[in-house]
Design a protein around this ligand. Sequence first.
Ligand code: PGD
Length: 763
Amino acid sequence: MAVHLTHWGTFEAASDGERLTEVRPWRHDPEPMPLIGNVASAQHHPARIDRPHVRKGWLEHGPGAPGRGDEPFVPVSWDTALDLLSGELRRVYRDHGAEAVYGGSYGWASAGRFHHAQSQVHRFLNCLGGYVRHVNSYSLGVSDMFLSYVIDHLWRLLTYATSKSVIAEHSDLVVAFGGLSPKNAAVSVGGVSKHHVRGWIADARERGCRFVSVTPLRDDTPAEAEAEWIAPRPGTDAALMLALAQVLDADGLADTAFLDRYTVGYERFARYLRGQAADQTVKDPAWAEAISGIPAKRIRDLAREMAGARTMVTVSWSLQRARHGEQPLWLGVVLAAMLGQIGLPGGGFGHGYGSTAAVGEPALRAGLPRLAQGRNGVSAFIPVARIADMLLNPGAEFDYDGQRLTYPRIRLVYWCGGNPFHHHQDLARLREAFTRPETVVVHDPFWTATARHADIVLPATMTIERDDFGSGQNDRMFFPMPALTRPHGEARDDYAIFSALAERLGVGKDFTEGRTAMEWLRHLYGEWQDTIAALGREPVPDFGDFWSGDGIELPLASGDPQVAFADFRRDPDKHPLVTPTGKIEIFSGTIDGYGYADVPGHPVWLEPEEWLGSPAADRFPLQLVANQPRTRLHSQLDIGDHSQSAKVAGREPARMHPGDAAARGLRDGDLVRIFNGRGSCLAGLSVDDAVRPGVVQLSTGAWYDPDPADPGFCRHGNPNVLTADRPSSSLSQGCTGQLALVEIEPYRGTPPELSVSRPPETA
Ligand code: PGD
């Protein structure tokens, strides 16, 4: 049995060289994930891409030929595909320059540090002169650029978060806005060795720590927490948090000594709470009750309890994946500052204890081997979720982070390791945007919707088919990942594909530096070994021993318990924050100076366009929560056994409260149509009182299966036909896919057949 790593966990497997014959969780994982069941069942699925393909119209009429997404594909040999693609890259770079190529290519791809698809595509395109890149992520579009105005760089906040073991030992109260989702906390970019999703919560609970889970879904926090469930109207957390702050302020419970020493701008914010700002409204619990639906008394009591206990305020990543996502995040920081516990064990502010396995794991002493990506000769970029805007509006101006930027004119899109027809919002609009470039190239192991919307499709290997090594963020284990089977069909590693293209384009040596993939592994490992030695750390084994072993344990940055901002608390002058003032900014003069109406200088309540209190709710009275799925990661391996086992009526399950179902004459297991003004999809209904009334939960990741006559109708249940392609704000331009207004009705026709589980038509 060999050990192997995925973003959702580590497993041991046996193989006959062609397929995995046995898969079981890594023996040291205390809480293994059933998602590993998707890997073996997906490997030779009919939806796997077995050889290179070119869209018929593109092959016959060349770049720019219409029909993308609707036409059959022509299987071609590797030589033909590589000749065609290198010719097209030569044309675009020669005639239009590197700024005509979008290589942002967002996506999680797979575990494994060398074959990381985005690193490969970026390095390759840099050898050709560069590409238009993306900044930030769909996960953390707001946090990525906003938090450093207020408290700290996102990466530092996540890497050096107070450890979960410290919370278990010291916190009296954990108030989790957005919950502590057990499914998300089991996943981390690059991998997870030992899952600690429930153990730390059970330990904290046993010691007497109380959990409050503020979310529309009861199971957003594990049962071990025995959490009090507070379920505000989705998207109204900022109002609830303002009222908590107002009680602290009005009752004299705010820690003024902390605010004076460690923060700026409290007085300005407090005037807004007290009704002394332009809107002349006191943000008291009665005001918040009318918005959030949470009784005023409950809000008042919670504020007082928070002030009387060692309290950790944590905000999930999902809360910022919404319109005005800055506000709940900023208010989480402000509440923690008012409680005066930032920098103390078990108190303060956290971001995403339930959003990824990495948050709350102690930081490592040194980084890991990584493939250099070279220099990008293009300065133009987009915030990642503005992809459709960019393709539809070349030359248009847009706001971002205090700057006025211009969308470039893109002629060639190169996607490797991501699935925009999974991750982007308003998929009908994205489909329209994807008609604009002259050529779209996709590498993927599977016929995802993105591959089906490409012109040149190249089959990539899965991790189990190639040699690599890997580790997750803040994860203690670094594993060798030798290939377990041969590649499926004619699939090749992304590295092999780019090496062959680079050779044809005259930059072979620049890209490969003369190394095979295995030589790269040895080389990168050797560089890493030298870095560790130069740092004077204890030596790591030689490559040969590492490669034949079962993984090595990495040293931690410190033997002391990890407490976020402990240094800053101890000496704010010696350890200032990265913010312009070096302190926590409750009022930001910089943000205020940008003059954005949708992000003023201190946190506020701003009504989103789509919430249960907005006029749009008259037509679409249910709030869709499009969260992360439980049985797969994003859209990955949706055709795998474990993901398929959760489908209802052959479609993605949608959950709603029994009262809402009864009011519409719907029953558990029904095939339903979910719709709004942007689109519609089918889903299988699951009636569940773990869902707040007025809410429908439909996770992301069901492979988009558009009706050929209507791309806004997904036959499978992808919620992104319903979500709006609307940015979080002018400041961050992040993804807002988490929430949308919808209505549900029974589906009465003959259920249409799904096409995503078989390959597209070939000519
Ligand atoms: P994945 O399904 O992980 O989704 O979006 P992302 O695009 O990352 O896509 C990875 C793709 O890479 C898959 O198609 C997989 O087959 C392919 N792949 C895997 N390994 C390899 C490889 O080695 N080589 C190549 N070439 N391809 C490979 C995720 C994004 O979705 C994220 S991170 C978030 S947080 C967002 N969340 C939401 C949300 O909460 N709500 C909505 N409505 N929408 C969202 N979208 C975002």
